[in-house]
Each structure stands twice: as structure tokens, then as C-alpha cells.
Design a protein around this ligand. Structure first.
Ligand code: 3PG
Length: 306
């Protein structure tokens, strides 16, 4: 049984060692394809793989066609918008994610980006503090809950909107539920995005919504670039010189944002949220364990293409 780890953005070495242990303990073979620059390398590498561990790597119909032996693909992480689920199902391939395993890392980065932004990107000028500010958590999943936990340590007042999460879960965490995205943006000084990229959410963070934010509003994106309507956000930030946007997922229009919004915009050069040794170990080893558990016991608990 061959398990391929294909990561354009590699895991920390300590995580790869942990994955190898899990795979070899089960008497399977581990193959590694890291930092590949050409899809052809992935197409070649998957040819004889029975299982595949990926991060944001794209697994589309072409990859699945090339992966003749593949039975399971595990996205070591939360968002699985990089897997063509319908194609996986058509190829009889089980697709899974590892929910929660890297959420603290992403949440810590979200707070780090907030501090960076309210301190004027550490440019030496006087900034503001997070204490006492209203934080809007847009979607209250694993990352959103960790953001609330850390933000409360900063003394922020936390609000959340999540159409799929009951109020009780938010109240239990001392977070105030609101019942529309509009209400969240209208209420909060800082909004942190934790929504997945789906047909429903793509382009949904638009001029009308962000435009509701109070003066000095800060939008923080550690979710996906696709959820932002970039053209409309640019228009809005041109109209409203008080708004700031910081993101861990570089927009398509990065150059334009940079030129137009000097001192109000920042994007990490590569998605950094889950890029910690701890998150790599948690998500990578969970992925390896889920693969072994699938082959040995048929466990499909984390399957996302059921
Ligand atoms: C996720 O969905 O788990 C995060 O966006 C992390 O993605 P990455 O593994 O590509 O860093």
C-alpha cells in the first residue's frame, strides 16, 4: 500500500517524520512529493498511490484520472475546496479533511494580523488597541471558536454570525450571537472571516456588506481569497479611506491593493495560517491515522463526499 504526501507547501520535517511513523507502523510505504512546481510532477507521482495526503494542493478530475489506484485522499486541514468532490465520487475515491487540527494556528495568526494592522503595520506611528473593541467572527467553526478564546484574552467583545451554528454554542463561549451578516458588520470594529469557499460564500464579502462597518473598520481574512469580491472591496476602500484590509491569502489584485492602499493593506506572501510545526503535526498525523483507520477498519467518519 503506497501513501503519497503531495505538498506544494511542505509540512515541517517533524510532521513528515510523524506521518512516516504512522504509515510505516501499518507496514505501508510512504512517498513524498514536496515543493513541486509543475502539475505534471503530481500527475506522475499519483500514478501508483493508493492514498494521498495533501494540503491546498489541487485534486481535480485530471489528477484523479492519473491516480488509477487511488482509494482515499485526505486534505490535512479544514477547507476542501481544492478537491473536486464530484470527480472524487465518480472515481470511487473517498475524500476527507482533518477538522480542527490546525485551527489554533490559524486563529493565532488572525489575532497577530489584527495587532499588526491596528499598530499601523509597525511603522512607528501611534496606533490603537484591541481591548474594548468589538470583534465580529464571521462563522463560528473550529477557527472561529479559537479566535474568540484568544480575543477574549485581549479584552475584545466578541460577536459571531453563523447560519449553521446554534446561539447556545456561542453563548457558552461568551460570544454574542447575531442573526445576519449585515448585523455583524454594522456592529463590529474588526471582522475576522472564517467561512469556507462555497458556491454560496464566493464573492459574498462585498461593498454593501463591508461598507456597513463603522469608521476605522478592519477586515481580516484568514479564510479564502475567493470569498472576497475584490473589485467591490477596492471600490469601497477608495471611497472609505478609514478602512483596512489584512489577509493571509493574497488577492488576485494584490498589486492594485498595494498601490492604492499603502498603509491600509497587507497580504502575506504565502498562506501562513496553518504553517506551524504544531499544526503540521496535528493535521499531518491525523491524516495518516485516518488513512490507516480507513483501510483497516473502513472508518469514514471524516468523509466529505458522502
Ligand atoms: C485549511 O483549510 O486547513 C487552511 O486554509 C490551511 O491550508 P494549508 O494547509 O494550505 O496551509
Amino acid at each position: 500500500m503506497k501513501v503519497l504526501v503531495a505538498t506544494e507547501k511542505p509540512f515541517a520535517k517533524v510532521a513528515v517524520d510523524g506521518i512516516r511513523d504512522e504509515i510505516e507502523k501499518a507496514s505501508y510505504e510512504l512517498a513524498l512529493l514536496e515543493k513541486y512546481s509543475d502539475k505534471k510532477q503530481l500527475l506522475d507521482a499519483v500514478a501508483d498511490a493508493d492514498a494521498l495526503i495533501i494540503r491546498s494542493d489541487i485534486v481535480d478530475a485530471e489528477v484523479l484520472d492519473a491516480a488509477k489506484q487511488l482509494k482515499i485522499v485526505v486534505r490535512a486541514g479544514a477547507g476542501y475546496d481544492n478537491i473536486d468532490l464530484a470527480a472524487a465520487t465518480a472515481h470511487n475515491v473517498v475524500a476527507m479533511n482533518t477538522p480542527g487540527q490546525n485551527s489554533n494556528a490559524v486563529a493565532e495568526l488572525a489575532l497577530g494580523l489584527m495587532v499588526f494592522a491596528v499598530r499601523n503595520f509597525y511603522n512607528g506611528t501611534s496606533g490603537t488597541e484591541l481591548k474594548g473593541k468589538k470583534l465580529g467572527i464571521h462563522a463560528f467553526g473550529n477557527v472561529g471558536r479559537n479566535v474568540a478564546r484568544i480575543a477574549k484574552g485581549f479584552g475584545m467583545e466578541c460577536y459571531a454570525y453563523d447560519a449553521y451554528c446554534p446561539d447556545e454554542a456561542m453563548l457558552k463561549d461568551d460570544v454574542k450571537p447575531v442573526h445576519s451578516a449585515e448585523e455583524l458588520y454594522k456592529t463590529c470594529d474588526v471582522v475576522s472571516l472564517h467561512i469556507p469557499a462555497t458556491a454560496e460564500t464566493k464573492n459574498s464579502i462585498n461593498r454593501a456588506l463591508v461598507g456597513l462597518m463603522p469608521k476605522g473598520g478592519l477586515l481580516v481574512n484568514t479564510a479564502r481569497k475567493e470569498v472576497i469580491n475584490e473589485e467591490e472591496l477596492i471600490l469601497l476602500m477608495q471611497e472609505r479611506a478609514d478602512l483596512k484590509y489584512v489577509t493571509d491569502i493574497m488577492p488576485v489584485a494584490d498589486a492594485k491593493f498595494k498601490t492604492l492602499f499603502d498603509g491600509r493593506y497587507f497580504a502575506t506572501p504565502k498562506k501562513m495560517g496553518a504553517q506551524t510545526a504544531e499544526a503540521n503535526i496535528n493535521a499531518g498525523i491525523a491524516a495518516a491515522k485516518q488513512i490507516v483507520d480507513f483501510f483497516v477498519n473502513g472508518n469514514t467518519r471524516f468523509q466529505v463526499n458522502k
